[in-house]
Design a binder for this molecule. Structure first.
Ligand code: TRH
Length: 376
């Protein structure tokens, strides 16, 4: 009989919490033969990234995962062998009591946010004593063997490389989502938070040859609308100014969004999950990190840059760092796009190299399963 795993996820805002929890649940069920329940307080957010879902159901099954609406009116249920609270969401008190009452208590894990900071390695896997004789373990994803690694499904990199090596597959995918791409035009995906640097960035791009920017509907649309000077910018609209094409896409399914990252020459991503997927895409990218109070996010940004830029030439590394910092500090000093583009062959090679290095580490789902086995 398969082991039971429960994953609890509260959608704070945006799609990162649900995006990570859903990928993890799916992979645990598909690759580790586990009986996984995913408890979500917001099933509607799940249906945005997985449109086959039904927001009205309290229980539904997809890809081998039982998805339960985590209602504020908690109904008693049996507990699982492994319990994951994603991003420190608090478990229902009755559920914790049931965990404590079990003859063999479950493994209780708090899955933390991703960070490249060094302290993560010292904290990964540490227990913290809770009431009721229970322990909760901190589980950190990360970029080194001393962490839990990154979410990566089996065979992902090979599938991505095959897709990128197959021009027809790329064209077919793009046409399916309504994009006609021209060979001599760079394709850039844009998924980011509000950013006052956007107009200067777009102006810089206009000066740098043909670009086709693909923007799934989201928080950046109002800024794009005022840049373009139109009243409404919605999915399906294509806007052209000189060498610049801006195309708004509907918000894609998570699987299609992954393909979009594979299909583009350059990606702008944000948060946590799209940030990891951009790395698996093996293409140069800019990360718009989730802004935190007192600029705490900039420390996280630098920690990642320090790891990522290792192996880049001094010049390209400096350009790359400057570009990421400018984007994240929303500076209106223009990102020197011509220099980024000049460094693109090196950046592209480096992106693939980084992807190879990271994919040689254990993936997060596997690390969790191993952690449980060692704990038993
Ligand atoms: O939505 P986000 O900004 O999520 C953030 C971060 O996770 C952040 O760390 C967290 O603290 C905050 O939420 C609460 O960015 P992220 O993490 O990239 O998640 C977006 C998800 O949406 C990802 O799984 C990809 C998916 N997606 C689609 O399914 N379709 C789309 O068209 C797009 C653009 C994204």
């Amino acid at each position: 009989m398969s082991l039971r795993w429960d994953i609890f996820c509260k959608v704070i805002d945006n799609y990162g919490d649900i995006g990570v929890s859903w990928r993890l649940a799916r992979q645990l069920a598909a690759e580790h033969d586990l009986d996984v329940r995913l408890w979500l307080d917001d099933v509607t957010a799940f249906c945005r990234i997985y449109p086959e879902g039904d927001p009205t159901l309290s229980v539904q099954r997809h890809c081998g995962v039982a998805i339960h609406h985590w209602s504020i009116h908690w109904r008693a249920t049996d507990t699982a062998d492994v319990v994951i609270e994603a991003f420190a969401c608090e478990l229902p008190t009755q559920y914790i009591a049931t965990m404590a009452a079990r003859e063999r208590v479950p493994l209780w894990l708090n899955l933390e946010y991703l960070s490249a900071e060094g302290w993560v390695e010292g904290c990964h896997g540490l227990p913290s004593l809770q009431g009721n004789n229970l322990k909760k373990y901190f589980f950190f994803p990360g970029f080194s063997p001393q962490t839990g690694g990154l979410l990566r499904e089996s065979g992902l990199i090979l599938r991505r490389q095959e897709f990128q090596g197959n021009a027809q597959a790329r064209t077919d995918f793009l046409l399916r989502i309504g994009v006609e791409a021209h060979e001599d035009c760079r394709l850039i995906s844009l998924f980011c938070y509000e950013n006052s640097a956007l107009p200067t960035w777009l102006d810089g791009l206009v000066a740098e040859g043909a670009s086709h920017i693909l923007v799934p509907e989201g928080r950046i649309i109002p800024a794009l609308t005022s840049y373009i000077g139109e009243e409404v910018l919605q999915a399906g609209r294509i806007y052209r100014r000189g060498a610049l094409t801006i195309q708004v896409l509907p918000f894609l399914s998570q699987d299609d969004y992954d393909l979009l990252l594979w299909a583009c020459d350059f990606n702008i991503v944000r948060g946590e999950d799209s940030f990891v997927r951009a790395q698996w895409a093996g293409r140069p990218f800019i990360w718009h990190i989730y802004p935190q109070e007192e600029d705490a996010h900039l420390i996280k940004l630098d920690a990642f840059l320090a790891r990522y830029c290792e192996g880049l030439s001094e010049e390209s590394g400096a350009e790359f760092r400057a570009c990421w910092r400018a984007w994240n500090q929303c500076e209106n000093s223009p990102i020197d796009w011509s220099r980024i583009m000049g460094a693109r062959p090196e950046l592209a090679g480096h992106a693939e190299h980084w992807c190879g290095q990271q994919s040689a580490l254990e993936n997060l789902a596997y690390s969790l399963v191993q952690f449980h086995q060692n704990w038993l």
